[in-house]
Design a protein around this ligand. Structure first.
Ligand SMILES: Cc1cc2nc3c(=O)[nH]c(=O)nc-3n(C[C@H](O)[C@H](O)[C@H](O)COP(=O)(O)OP(=O)(O)OC[C@H]3O[C@@H](n4cnc5c(N)ncnc54)[C@H](O)[C@@H]3O)c2cc1C
Ligand code: SF4
Length: 507
C-alpha cells in the first residue's frame, strides 16, 4: 500500500464536496495541502452525448437502478467528478424557514444557512428563464394549475447558455448547467486543491482514509485517474466526508463508527417520486426547452410537491404500469404526452435507515408509510385535475386500476385514484434526493454530528453533504447542502487557524 499525507482530505465531489473544496482555497494559499478523492471519473465535454442508455450507465450508481433493500424503489445518485450535480436539473431553491426551525439543530441559524445558500445560487447563475424559453409542457402545467385552482411557481434554474435540449439528467451536452463540475471544482483546482478521480474511499481510520484508485477500462467513458491504480493510505489532520447520504453513512458504518454513534444511518428520507403522463390530442413540445420550469408546493399543507418534468423514452416506459398493447399505445403517443413528477415530502421514521451488509455494502431500508402513500395518492389526484385542466384527454395514474383515466371520469377521481391501488413494486417509484444518515444535532445520543458537521467524539472528522439533514428538506436540496457545506469549510478554516474573524463559538 502506498502512503500520502495531506492537511485536509475530502471524500466526494458533489454539491457538498465541491463546495468545501472551493471554500478551502484560502487555506491552500496559506500553505495547507488539500486533496479531494472522487469515486467516479472525470468526463470530457465531448463524452456527454445525451444518449440515454450509454449516459445513464456512465453517470449513475448502478446505472440509475440502485434498489432499496426490499426492491420497491430505486435511488438516483450521480458518480462522477461533480457527483449528482452532473445529472441534476439545476432547480435552485433555498430551504423553507419552517423546515429549518422544525429541525431544531442547536447552533444552526436559518438566516445564516439561507444567506450561504443564496451565495451559491448567485455563483451558479440561478435565475428565472424568460417567458420565450418556457416550453409547452411547462405552459400547460401553469394553465392546468390555474384551471384546477392552484398557483404554480417558477423555478430559478442554474443554467448559462441553455440550448433547451432537455437532457439535463443525462449530463448537459452543452455545458450549460452549472454543477460543481463546471463551477466550484475547476476553481478549486485552479486554487491549488488536488483532485483525484476514480479514487474510492474504502475505509476511514484514525485521521486517515484507505483509498483505492481504479483503472479505466477500455471503451469506458471518462479520463484515467490522476494517480496510478492501487491502494493508498492517506493521512490527514482533517477528513471531510461528502460522499452523499448513502455514501458517507456507508463509509462510517463500514469503518466501525456505529459503536459510538447509535444514530448513524438513521433518519433516511428521499422524497419518493414517480412520473405521471397525460395524453393530449395534438403534439406538444415536451422534449425541447428546459424541462423543469414550474412547480406546485403543497408540502406544508398536504405533504407533496408537483414539478414539471420530461423523461426520456426508457425512463418513461419503465414508469408506466402495465405491459403489451396498452403500454405501447401510450409510448407511441410520446410526442403528445404532458408530464408531471409527483414527490412526497416524507418524514423521518425509525424503520427507514441505511445499514451495511457483511461485505460493507450499503442497504437502504425504506418502507412507504401510510402517510407517504396518502400524499402520493392525493398528489396524483391533484395532478390529474391539472392535466385535465390543461386539456389532456386521458391520464396515466399508477395508483389507479386500471391506470388510464379518461376525461369523463373526472368526477370519480377520489374513487379511481386510491391508496388501495398503490402496490409497492408495482408502482415504479424512484428518488433523487437521498438525505440523512449522519444527521446534525446536539449530542451522540440524538445525532451524528454537530451543527458544523463535526462528528461527535471525533473532532478531526466532518461530514458535508445531504447526510447531515436530520429530516427531509421538503424542497429540492442542493442549495441547502451547499449552504451547510460552506459552514463545514468555515469550521475547518478555524481548526487550521486560517480565519482571522472572532467567531465567539466553537465551529
Ligand atoms: C437526476 C437528479 C436530478 C436532481 N435535480 C435536482 C435539482 O434540480 N435541484 C436540486 O436542488 N437537487 C437536485 N437533485 C439532488 C442533488 O443533486 C443532490 O441532493 C446533491 O447533489 C447531493 O449532494 P451530496 O454532496 O450529498 O452528494 P452527491 O452530489 O451525490 O456527491 C457525492 C459524491 O461522492 C462520491 N462518492 C460516494 N462514495 C464515495 C467513496 N467511497 N469514495 C469516493 N467518492 C465517493 C460519489 O461518486 C459522488 O460523486 C437531483 C438529483 C438527481 C440524481
Ligand atoms: S436543457 Fe439546457 S441545461 Fe438542460 S441539458 Fe439542455 S442545454 Fe443543458
Amino acid at each position: 500500500m502506498k502512503h500520502a499525507q495531506y492537511d485536509v482530505l475530502i471524500v466526494g465531489s458533489g454539491a457538498g464536496g465541491g463546495t468545501v473544496a472551493q471554500a478551502l482555497i484560502p487555506l491552500v494559499q496559506a500553505g495547507a495541502s488539500v486533496l479531494l478523492v472522487e469515486k467516479g471519473p472525470r468526463f470530457r465535454d465531448d463524452e456527454f452525448t445525451g444518449q440515454e442508455l450509454e449516459m445513464a450507465s456512465a453517470l449513475y450508481e448502478d446505472g440509475g437502478g440502485f434498489l432499496t433493500a426490499d426492491g420497491t424503489m430505486t435511488l438516483a445518485m450521480g458518480v462522477a467528478y461533480g457527483g449528482s450535480t452532473v445529472v441534476y436539473t439545476g432547480t435552485s431553491l433555498t430551504a423553507p424557514e419552517r423546515v429549518i426551525r422544525h429541525w431544531e439543530i442547536p447552533g444552526l441559524d436559518y438566516k445564516d444557512l439561507v444567506t450561504r445558500s443564496e451565495k451559491y445560487a448567485a455563483e451558479n447563475n440561478a435565475h428565472l428563464l424568460p417567458d420565450e424559453e418556457i416550453n409547452e409542457n411547462n405552459r400547460l402545467f401553469v394553465e392546468g394549475c390555474r384551471a384546477a385552482g392552484y398557483e404554480a411557481r417558477q423555478f430559478p434554474v442554474n443554467v448559462k447558455g441553455c440550448l433547451g435540449s432537455s437532457l439535463c439528467n443525462l449530463g448537459c451536452p452543452n455545458q450549460a448547467k452549472q454543477g460543481t463540475n463546471r463551477v466550484q471544482l475547476p476553481r478549486a483546482e485552479q486554487g491549488g486543491v488536488e483532485i483525484v478521480t476514480r479514487a474510492e474511499a474504502l475505509r476511514i481510520e484514525d485521521r486517515a482514509v484507505v483509498v483505492r484508485v481504479g483503472e479505466a477500462q477500455p471503451d469506458e467513458k471518462g479520463e484515467p485517474s490522476e494517480w496510478k491504480p492501487g491502494d493508498y493510505r492517506v493521512e490527514a489532520a482533517t477528513v471531510v466526508l461528502a460522499a452523499g447520504s448513502v455514501g458517507s453513512s456507508t463509509l462510517l458504518l463500514r469503518s466501525g463508527f456505529g459503536a459510538g454513534l447509535p444514530r448513524l444511518g438513521e433518519g433516511f428520507t428521499c422524497h419518493p417520486a414517480f412520473i405521471l403522463v397525460a395524453e393530449h390530442e395534438r403534439e406538444i413540445t415536451n422534449d425541447v426547452g428546459h424541462p423543469k420550469s414550474y412547480y406546485l408546493d403543497r408540502a406544508e399543507q398536504e405533504g407533496w410537491v408537483l414539478e414539471t418534468c420530461m423523461y426520456f423514452p426508457f425512463v418513461t416506459a419503465k414508469n408506466l404500469t402495465g405491459f403489451g398493447p396498452s403500454h405501447s399505445t401510450l409510448m407511441r403517443a410520446f410526442p403528445r404526452l404532458q408530464m408531471i413528477l409527483v414527490l412526497a415530502t416524507d418524514k423521518v421514521t425509525a424503520r427507514n435507515r441505511i445499514t451495511v451488509d457483511r461485505r460493507g455494502r450499503p442497504a437502504v431500508h425504506y418502507t412507504f408509510t401510510p402517510s407517504v402513500v396518502e400524499s402520493m395518492v392525493d398528489a396524483t389526484r391533484a395532478a390529474t385535475r391539472i392535466f385535465f385542466g390543461a386539456g389532456a384527454v386521458r391520464v396515466h395514474a399508477p395508483p389507479a386500476d386500471p391506470p388510464l383515466i379518461e376525461r369523463d371520469e373526472i368526477s370519480r377521481l377520489d374513487e379511481r385514484i386510491h391508496s388501495r391501488f398503490f402496490r409497492p413494486a408495482r408502482v415504479s417509484v424512484s428518488a433523487a434526493h437521498p438525505m440523512g444518515g449522519c444527521g446534525m444535532g446536539g449530542d451522540a445520543s440524538q445525532s451524528v454530528t454537530d451543527a458544523w458537521g463535526r462528528v461527535h467524539g471525533h473532532p478531526w472528522l466532518r461530514v458535508a453533504d445531504a447526510s447531515l439533514f436530520p429530516d427531509s428538506v421538503e424542497i429540492n436540496p442542493y442549495l441547502t447542502i451547499m449552504g451547510l457545506a460552506d459552514r463545514v469549510a468555515e469550521g475547518i478554516m478555524n481548526d487550521h487557524g486560517a480565519n482571522s474573524a472572532s467567531l465567539g463559538e466553537e465551529r
